[in-house]
Design a binder for this molecule. Structure first.
Ligand code: RAM
Length: 486
């Protein structure tokens, strides 16, 4: 297997170029004293650096001026009182600064922000001040000049597509970030969905290669699983979490990349790591070939509270095995046979032990008998159930209160994949409109990390203020609309 140095050099070779532009807000000048504030609207979501100038109005300002500068991805965030924040993630993700300026000057704030709105409040000044020359230098590695508009004739789908490509564009920096406000790192689950959408929109292959190599360089745990996330700033650092479904989806991401490019060089570099992910997962199966629980945070699937993941995880494994076997077949790898035999064995076991013939539903003692959309969807995607039987099952569990329902666009993506796998185009469009159309109707410029139509305060982190409103894993409507001609 190639070593970390090799993979990092490859990641470096594929560093994408950042395209920058200056955006000017609606307000050009503001004059104010203690307690006054100005709201700037840049008219679009942007990721980058904010600058402005400050001067006296008439009388010389003889003491430092203190400003509070708050950045919001939407107006709700601008109006939130950050002092009331009570979430489980660090409050330091909330984008608000107190800055003290000693004398009139032009300031470029050193940190990067993700926002559409900026509110500046004068906290303390001895004399009225003037703020002007507001400007935001926005960056992205997406080349918008290559983006064609979606062919759909449907007005709402057109809008959804625009917001989705915008979401992806904002998350495309020097790698695929999960969210430019938070966590600003590369997660496998997000990478897979960003890369998929990227193939049908900006088609930046460098960034995909870079991300695949960044993970290849990561520190695997004792079982052999890849880290679920990595950082690149200020230096490369491999995350300490090793979620199994993400490790498997790394393999799927390599398969997607190959399917899209036919690039065998990259596949040859990464093949052993992919095999290791599947072997590591194989080692977690019991003698009946059913996945077992592991220590720590070993599975993600969705942010749905109290979700039991084992059936879904088994489905992710089958989904990955199938894609990987296809890849091995095309590249003529001698292990193809071994993997295809394994698929049928694991499928039969899943049907035998996880499908309840009388209730016509997937239910697993390891999930404490919990019913979820997640289990049904992943069993469909894993090919354990097909045709009319699968359609009936899927349609009966969506919106059914007896089943745990998805809460993130990440999981909604896989619901739509399952719907489309069963050739239900109309239902896929309906579902897309309900989830992503719902966000559009609420005025989203970019798609959110979590969305429950009738619970707009939902947060996986116990406080909505910390949710990311431009989240990578929410960008896939453009993939669906463009690939399937919706
Ligand atoms: C959160 C982020 C990220 C996701 C992980 C599992 O921290 O939203 O996108 O991949 O969870």
């Amino acid at each position: 297997m190639k070593d970390k140095k090799y993979f990092l050099a490859k990641a470096q070779e594929n560093m994408p170029e950042l395209h920058c532009k200056n955006i000017i807000p609606d307000a050009t000048e503001f004059i104010g004293s203690d307690g006054d504030s100005v709201l700037l609207d840049f008219g679009e979501h942007a990721v980058g650096h904010f600058s402005f100038a400050f001067d006296r109005v008439d009388v010389f300002v003889d003491a430092p001026v203190r400003l509070i500068v708050k950045f919001g991805e939407d107006m709700r965030e601008i109006n939130d009182d950050f002092s009331q924040y009570n979430g489980v993630l660090s409050k330091t993700w909330l984008q608000e600064e107190i800055i003290n300026l000693d004398y009139p000057q032009k300031i470029t704030m050193p940190r990067r922000y993700a926002c559409r709105y900026i509110k500046i409040t004068v906290e303390r000044t001895t004399r009225p001040i003037r703020l002007f020359d507001f400007s935001f230098r926005a960056s992205t590695s997406a080349d918008i000049s290559v983006l064609k508009s979606a062919k759909t004739e449907d007005a709402l789908l057109k809008k959804i597509d625009r917001v989705a490509t915008n979401t992806l564009k904002e998350c495309m920096q020097t790698f695929f970030e999960d969210g430019p406000k938070r966590d600003r790192r590369l997660w496998i689950g997000d990478l897979r969905l960003e890369a998929l959408t990227n193939y049908y929109t900006f088609n930046n292959l460098e960034i995909v290669k870079r991300c695949l190599y960044l993970f290849a360089a990561g520190e695997r745990n004792e079982s052999g699983f890849l880290p679920s996330f990595v950082y690149e700033t200020p230096y490369y650092h491999s995350g300490a979490t090793h979620i199994e479904d993400y490790a498997l989806l790394y393999v799927v991401s390599v398969c997607d990349y190959f399917e899209h490019t036919g690039d065998t060089e990259v596949v040859n570099d990464l093949l052993e790591i992919c095999k290791l992910q599947l072997e590591s997962f194989r080692a977690t199966l019991d003698e009946k070939l059913i996945a077992t629980k592991q220590d720590g945070w070993f599975s993600f699937i969705d942010w749905c509270s109290g979700l039991e993941c084992m059936t879904a995880l088994q489905g992710v494994y089958l989904y990955t095995l199938e894609r990987f076997a296809e890849l091995l077949k095309v590249i003529g790898d001698e292990e193809y046979e071994k993997y295809s035999v394994l698929i049928s064995r694991v499928r039969s076991a899943s049907e035998k032990y996880l499908y309840d013939e009388s209730k016509k539903v997937f239910v697993n003692p390891l999930d404490n008998g919990q019913l979820s959309v997640h289990s049904q969807v992943w069993m469909i995607l894993g090919g354990v159930i097909n045709g009319e039987k699968a359609k009936k099952l899927l349609l009966s569990c969506l919106d059914n209160k007896e089943f745990k329902q998805p809460v993130t666009p990440y999981m909604h993506h896989y619901v739509i994949e399952a719907i489309l796998k069963l050739n239900m185009k109309d239902e896929a469009v309906q579902y897309l409109k309900k989830i992503w159309g719902g966000m559009v109707e609420l005025g989203a410029d970019t798609f959110w990390e979590a969305y429950i139509p009738d619970d707009l305060d939902f947060s996986p982190y116990n406080d909505r203020m910390i949710n990311s409103l431009c989240h990578a894993w929410s960008c896939t409507p453009s993939y669906f609309i463009r690939k399937y001609g919706l």
